[in-house]
Design a protein around this ligand. Structure first.
Ligand SMILES: Nc1ncnc2c1ncn2[C@@H]1O[C@H](COP(=O)(O)OP(=O)(O)OP(=O)(O)O)[C@@H](O)[C@H]1O
Ligand SMILES: [Mg+2]
Length: 409
């Protein structure tokens, strides 16, 4: 057989299958929302609260906020909506991800993004509003632009802090806010970030700066453990609950509608029972819903089906591994999940000492986390001779030590 023909034939057959499913494309690929609000559902009270925070900040009463919720609940999407909403109002706004960067890199990125996202036009020239400061701005920009992970730049930290303050206090229009959006802020709840948090204590209190952090449900507790005063600086907590049943249906309906070929019915190619099952099993977590729908469609394409029933949904859920073990993992805080993963790496049953050596954390810290996880029933305790061993529950062993396990992801 001709390999070229073969590829073409296979591609054509996918087109045919998609047609049978009444879809132009798989509408559940996880593309970031990025300013596209077509598929955004619910969150009315959270959006209202954000609007109120913004309005108050514009009138001089700044209350920074933490947007918290479990994995895949929609925190990053919310930050993204704030980004576009505030940009449209002419405020300065920067979006940063805290994970995987050091405090120094963070400050550098903060300064760099404030400059590039707000003071320059798309063509790379300084916006006319800021021309009077151009030499200083260009000087900062040049220094930062040479910055790479490997090449350290000569930009002492105090200098960065002073330049940030200069931008906010001198260059920025008094009537505008500088909105700082920090995603995955759990990263800052580490001892090594203490100095950064301390810098934020004063910085977050400058007039005209409004900060939104996004992170896990325990974000504020974790930050407060490292630096107690941070709590006063971030007085608002916006808790993201799961989507309601109605909103879950709505999410699926809107995405399907967009991808339907003419004449398709509301939830086609899914049967009503299949949709009910997805909504029921995904607990209102948008990412879970999207992934389950997407996987179901992929399976239907592979099997050349024209409809997706409950059986296909079960298969999708199974192949995605949205098992009890995964649900437990999603439920754990980052610190707790680090511990259960370390337990898996050490064979599934360990002592506090072994874990504390492996993770290079104090036995006290490890012990506290272990007892929290134990209280929730996800690990067992056993005495062997003089030692107490903690052992992973069946569900966690399945997900962490199974064939396709989380540790490699
Ligand atoms: N209100 C919403 N309406 C429709 N889709 C949403 C909504 N919120 C989130 N989503 C979708 O759900 C998925 C997960 O959202 P997002 O990445 O914002 O979650 P997250 O809370 O930031 O997750 P993580 O904990 O992994 O950072 C994305 O595909 C996003 O488009
Ligand atoms: Mg996110």
């Amino acid at each position: 057989m001709d390999p070229i023909e073969f590829i073409q034939e296979s591609a054509r057959s996918i087109t045919n299958t998609m047609h049978k499913l009444k879809l132009k494309y798989n509408p559940f690929s996880e593309k970031p929302i990025r300013g596209n609000t077509k598929f955004f559902v619910g969150r009315v009270s959270e959006l209202r609260e954000i609007g109120e925070i913004l309005g108050s900040a514009m009138h001089g009463s700044v209350a920074n906020a933490a947007i918290v919720g479990t994995k895949g609940i929609g925190k990053s999407s919310m930050l993204n909506i704030i980004y576009y909403a505030t940009k449209k109002q002419g405020h300065w706004v920067v979006e940063l991800t805290a994970s995987q960067i050091t405090p120094r890199q963070f400050l550098i990125q903060l300064l760099y993004n404030i400059l590039t996202e707000n003071l320059f036009t798309i063509n790379g020239t300084i916006k006319s509003d800021y021309l009077e400061y151009s030499s200083k701005i260009i000087d900062m920009y040049k220094k930062l632009n040479n910055y790479g992970d490997k090449v350290p730049i000569h930009y002492p930290r105090e200098r960065i802090e002073r330049d940030l303050e200069f931008l906010i206090n001198e260059v920025k229009d008094r009537n505008k806010l500088c909105i700082i959006l920090i995603d995955e802020a759990d990263q800052f709840a580490k001892k090594s970030c203490l100095s950064l948090l301390q810098f934020f204590h004063s910085f977050l209190y400058e007039e005209g700066i409004l900060t939104f952090l996004a992170g896990s449900p325990t974000l504020m507790e974790d930050l407060t453990k490292i630096s107690p005063p941070i709590k006063d600086r971030i007085p608002k907590i916006i808790n993201m609950p799961p989507l309601s049943t109605e909103e879950s249906y709505d999410l699926i309906r809107r995405r399907l509608e967009d991808a339907h070929i003419e004449g398709a019915e509301e939830f086609e190619p899914f049967t009503r029972e299949a949709i009910d099952k997805i909504v029921e099993l995904c607990d209102g977590i948008p990412r879970k819903i999207i992934m389950t729908c997407s996987e179901s469609i992929s399976i239907a394409i592979k099997k050349n089906l024209n409809k997706i029933d409950e059986k296909i949904v079960s298969e999708a859920i199974h192949s995605l591994g949205i098992s009890i073990g995964h649900q437990i993992l999603n439920h754990l805080t980052p610190a707790q999940s680090e511990i259960v993963k370390a337990m898996a790496k050490l064979g599934g049953s360990t002592t506090v000492t072994q874990l504390s050596e492996y993770l290079k954390k104090s036995p006290g810290t490890i012990g506290t986390h272990l007892s929290d996880i134990y209280e929730m029933g996800y690990i067992y305790k056993e005495r062997k001779g003089n030692n107490v061993y903690y052992r992973l529950s069946r569900e966690l062993i399945d997900v962490l030590l199974g064939d396709k396990n989380e540790l490699e992801m």
